[in-house]
Design a protein around this ligand. Structure first.
Ligand code: HGY
Ligand code: MN
Ligand code: MN
Length: 416
């Protein structure tokens, strides 16, 4: 277990957080490090330098996952992976993903300084495109061997930019992502610290969440096609108005969830684009996104079928055509009981206020769960806010989470 002189420095974590927050921050106070854009790449360069200063061996794999390695005593022992992501949604806060990477960095710095070498390698990851500019979890999917040539060839972002073009513009060969697959026998487990991004911990003034399960999600891009027409001369009953199809669907969402979902189901229409987009033209086409979640994949399937039926009925009623693309389907996962125990026991030993819970947000951990046991540590989100500049976690909660991270690593990587 961590020795007394071995403890995380909240000063170093906060200094790193403030430095990285400057990379990609805009006038509106949000961070814009979307996958593979100039700020995301600059953030990785900054992080790689910090890893090297901490004495870690660094490399980037074919998916541009950045890895900092602390060698263990036994080169044959399967490595412990830790980390998260530093790419962000547009107008993001400064903690989502980033906090997990920087607390992981601090834990490896502390281990390096104490001179205690872990049994197995401990590798710190900053995964590429967790946030889904190109669908979601690109870097962790590449590590798990789930990326195919079709993913690389067909993935586009909401603005229509192609993954292939964006990666090439960043000096990367997108096809190298097919080489990023890691032999699962070389990995013993994966541990990720993340902000909760919801209200559960802060509502009960708890300091740590011991994650037992992570929600699944599916994301669709839906297109409704009708007929553009004059806003003044076209009678209401003669319109094939694509936006009204979106509006009808939005009103169906509560019924779809009530009839087919669970109390953990969530559905969000996050983006709507109309064309031709002029105030005096009936919208001929509407493209919108749907993000649907649940911790039970059977429920996810039922929600997908009900969503499709609702869209078919609306299209018939309004004389529209509808098509959709499944941008991602990410299974829900349960965390490994041993890693859950390590996190819980570390929180217990630190005398912290904690609870076991599920994650309503998706994380790289649920992809990595396809190749090794995973565990997650949550720290509270002030007022449950995230994916916005209002995202925050109190410094002493960050320090508590980092101590739990170090304690869990000690339970996993120092057993002889
Ligand atoms: O969407 C999510 O749940 C995560 O923030 N990528
Ligand atoms: Mn995240
Ligand atoms: Mn996020």
């Amino acid at each position: 277990m961590p020795t007394t002189e071995e403890n995380v420095s909240i000063d170093r974590i906060s200094s790193d957080l403030k430095e990285l927050a400057k990379i990609g921050r805009a006038e509106d106070g949000g961070v814009y490090r979307m996958a593979f854009n100039e700020a995301d790449m600059r953030g990785k360069d900054w992080l790689e330098q910090k890893m090297r200063e901490a004495g870690l061996e660094t490399r980037r794999d074919g998916a541009c996952n950045l890895i900092g390695r602390l060698p263990g005593r036994d080169p044959e022992a399967p490595a412990l992976l830790i980390g998260s992501h530093i790419d962000t949604v547009p107008c993001a806060g400064i903690l989502d993903g980033t906090l997990g990477v920087l607390t992981g960095l601090e834990c490896l710095r502390v281990m390096k300084e104490s001179g205690r070498q872990p049994v197995q390698d401990v590798e710190l990851f900053a995964f590429s495109d967790e946030e889904g500019r190109f669908g979601g979890m690109f870097g962790s999917q590449a590590l798990a061997g789930l990326i195919t040539p079709d993913t690389i060839h067909s993935a586009t972002d909401p603005g229509g930019e192609r993954l292939e073009d964006v990666m090439k513009a960043a000096g990367l060969d997108p096809w190298e992502a097919l080489q990023a697959r890691r032999d699962p026998t070389t990995i013993g487990g994966y541990l990720e610290l993340h902000i909760e991004q919801g209200p559960v911990l802060s509502a009960d003034d708890l300091q740590v969440g011991v994650v037992e399960a992570i929600t699944g999600l599916f994301k669709w891009s839906v297109t409704l096609s009708g007929e553009p027409n004059h806003a003044g001369t076209t009678p209401m009953i003669m319109r094939r108005d694509a936006f009204m199809g979106v509006a009808d669907f939005a009103h169906e969402v509560p019924r779809i969830l009530d009839e087919n979902g669970s109390e953990r189901s969530r559905a969000t229409i996050g983006r709507v684009e109309l064309s031709p987009g002029s105030p005096n033209t009936v919208p001929g086409e509407a493209m919108f996104t749907i993000d649907v979640r649940d911790t039970d994949e059977t429920v996810m399937n039922e929600l997908a079928q009900a969503t499709r039926r609702a869209l078919e009925a609306i299209a018939r009623r309004r004389g529209l055509r509808f098509s959709y693309h499944v941008d991602s389907w990410i299974k829900p996962v349960t965390c490994d009981p041993e890693l859950v125990w390590c996190v819980e026991n570390a929180a217990e030993e630190e005398g912290l206020r904690y609870r076991r819970m599920e994650s309503g947000a998706a994380h790289d951990a649920q992809i990595i769960a396809s190749i090794c046991p995973v565990g997650m540590i949550f720290v509270p989100s002030l007022n449950g806010k995230s994916h916005s500049p209002a995202e925050w976690t109190a410094w002493d909660d960050i320090e508590a989470g980092a101590k739990v991270m170090l304690g869990a690593i000690d339970r996993l990587a120092f057993r002889s």
